[in-house]
Design a binder for this molecule. Structure first.
Ligand SMILES: [Zn+2]
Ligand SMILES: [Zn+2]
Length: 306
């Protein structure tokens, strides 16, 4: 049993005066001693945080005691240490940035895709009329994705609405959207329904939840996560590695940010090449003035990409 926990959670709910809630919540988190990144918006809360088991239990009880967060579910991982260096609690216009913040366009609390448990998804996913649509970004899906999933060449979820036109051919299929923890699917599936897709469901609690519930069968590669762990394994049934080292071309389940802060590009590189390249994506970045000291992980505290 590891001493720390990493919690990932979101909840779509109405939060009036989100700035005030943000300030209160930040004060609470600091006092408690948890670290992580929490976004608060009029439409709800989205967070990942780490802390000791006691701190995390206390945090979950605190949120559950608030009627606005009734039914919130936490995805829990064990960890050796904190997964974050600091605590950030910020007010945002949306808890996941889609550019669709007008609840008149979509409102996941009112209409969204049917929620499938991990077990239901496992049963359904290989049926002939089912299309698995991965709504995550390209740097995530290149590290790991479901066999046969449709992926999108987007760098940010904000680009998702523009990609819907390319999905026209699946309008009469059974679409199941998937993402890391489920938060993007709430909006993606809502938008697909709005655009006339007939049968839309979503993997509730995302790929993370699926892995925990079923063992992760048929998820190829590893799962990109937005904290110091960078990637986590999902599949304990028939695992494989799909991503290739940028330098040597060998299979490598590792994602790094370029050590050159002015580049910061995300790329896949094996451990051996990363040491040789000192965490840089290219020879030019290796000698650039903004080159950071390679810390062995390729993860540097930075503003989150979401
Ligand atoms: Zn390599
Ligand atoms: Zn670079």
């Amino acid at each position: 049993m590891k001493p720390y926990l990493v919690l990932a959670y979101y909840h779509y709910t109405r939060i009036d005066q989100p700035e005030i809630f943000t300030a209160d919540h930040l004060a609470y988190c600091k006092k408690l001693g948890v670290r992580g990144r929490i976004y608060i918006a009029p439409e709800g809360i989205n967070g990942t945080l780490s802390g000791s088991r006691e701190q995390c239990e206390e945090y979950m009880a605190h949120l559950r005691a608030d009627s606005r967060f009734e039914g919130i579910s936490f995805k829990i991982d064990e960890h050796d240490d904190h997964a974050f260096n600091r605590i950030h609690v910020r007010t945002k216009t949306e808890i996941v940035h889609s550019g669709l913040r007008d609840p008149g366009i979509i409102d996941p609390t009112k209409e969204t895709g049917r929620h499938l448990s991990g077990k239901e998804f496992l049963k359904l996913k290989d049926q002939e009329d089912v299309v698995i649509l991965d709504v995550r970004s390209n740097y995530e899906t290149r590290l790991g994705k479901f066999k046969n999933a449709i992926t999108l060449d987007i760098e940010n979820f904000r680009e998702f609405p523009q990609k819907i036109a390319e999905l026209e051919q699946y309008k009469d299929k059974k679409i199941v959207t998937v993402c890391t923890g489920g938060i993007k699917c709430e909006k993606a599936s809502a938008l697909l329904i709005k655009e006339g897709f007939k049968d839309v469901s979503q993997l509730h609690n995302g790929i993370v939840g699926y892995g925990k519930e079923t063992g992760g069968k048929d998820f190829d590669g590893v799962l990109y996560v937005f904290d110091g762990r960078v990637t986590v394994p999902v599949n304990h049934v028939n695992p494989s590695v799909i991503s290739l080292c940028k330098n040597c071309g060998e299979h490598a389940p590792r994602n790094l940010n370029c050590a050159n802060v002015d580049c910061n590009e995300q790329f896949v590189m094996c451990e051996k090449c990363s040491e040789e390249m000192e965490g840089a994506c290219s020879e030019a970045c290796k000698t650039a003035p903004g080159k950071r000291v390679y810390n062995g992980t390729g993860y540097y505290t930075r503003p989150v990409l979401s």
